[in-house]
Write a protein that binds this ligand. Structure first.
Ligand SMILES: C[S@@+](CC[C@H](N)C(=O)[O-])C[C@H]1O[C@@H](n2cnc3c(N)ncnc32)[C@H](O)[C@@H]1O
Length: 266
């Protein structure tokens, strides 16, 4: 397979990603996109102090590459959307910050991840969090209904990033913000990484160079786009993949804003 230039390639990538993360959620596999084995490695990427208060197995099933809450400036009463919520860790942290008057929606396309996230939410007794089945390219979320979008190591996995950003723009309220941790590429990746399902699923093959990522956000209508390099491939736990070769990727923090005065899509 080459880069996802057609619908069949995109469907193949989505299926591979769903299988991979379904197996991780069900405990049948570990991952090299983060370390899904209750080790402190991905938790160490977090700045949010609340992570220490969560049960170790919930905090440990983090497959992220950073802490999308660090720059999200969440406030009580806000509505937050997590793109690719996995087992729910970032949603649970966000739920504490927005409080009982706020609302957190996690969207994920993998049924086993949704099962884990819903069970975890119940265990934590959180009533202001819900998890919806869906693809981040077709969000099951109403227009202009969200204050802040977060996401942790997911957008790189999408075969159609422009669609993700268009959907993010559509569901944000005017003036709403995006605060994302994601894997970015130092330069356009070689076809050997882009075409490899294993590398794509491990959050490497789908990483875009910063300029391309920013251009896709701009094309969707976002403004005030900032990208900050945060962790190298090794620190972010990405180097376990792809035969141990030095990978030209890093974990970055991306923030952007939907201009005030725009109700939904462009
Ligand atoms: C690397 S894990 C990150 C999970 C979570 N954000 C975390 O930090 O632990 C990627 C997650 O994104 C989900 N995912 C990947 N591509 C998706 C898509 N196109 N639409 C919805 N969910 C997706 C996967 O099912 C998986 O749960």
């Amino acid at each position: 397979m080459t880069s996802p230039s057609n619908a069949a390639d995109a469907a193949k990538l989505r299926a591979a990603v769903r299988t991979r993360y379904g197996a991780i959620a069900a405990g049948r596999s570990s991952s090299c996109c983060g370390t899904a084995s209750n080790t402190p490695a991905t938790v160490a990427l977090y700045e949010s102090p609340e992570v220490a208060d969560l049960p170790a197995d919930i905090a440990g099933l983090s497959l992220g590459c950073g802490d999308p809450l660090a720059l999200a400036s969440l406030e009580p009463g806000q509505t937050v959307l997590d793109l690719g919520s996995g087992a729910g860790l970032d949603c649970f942290l966000a739920a504490q910050r927005v409080g009982p008057g706020g609302h957190v929606i996690g969207v994920d396309m993998t049924p086993e991840m949704l099962d884990r996230a819903r069970a975890n939410a119940q265990r934590l007794g959180l009533s202001n969090v819900e998890f919806r089945m869906g693809e981040i390219e077709h969000l099951p979320v109403a227009d202009a209904s969200v204050d802040v979008i977060i996401s942790n190591c997911v957008i790189n996995l999408s075969p159609d990033k422009p669609a993700v950003f268009r959907e993010a723009f559509r569901v944000l309220k005017p003036g709403g913000r995006l605060s994302v941790s994601d894997v970015l590429a130092e330069h356009p990746l070689p076809e050997s990484l882009r075409a490899d399902l294993e590398s794509w699923g491990a959050c490497v093959g789908g990483a875009l160079p910063v300029a391309e990522y920013v251009a896709a956000l701009e094309a969707a209508g976002f403004v005030d786009i900032q990208v900050e390099r945060q962790f190298g491939a090794e620190e972010a736990g990405l180097d376990a993949c792809c035969g141990g070769e030095a990978l030209p990727v890093f974990s970055g923090r991306i923030t952007a804003r939907k201009p005030a005065g725009i109700a939904s899509g462009r």
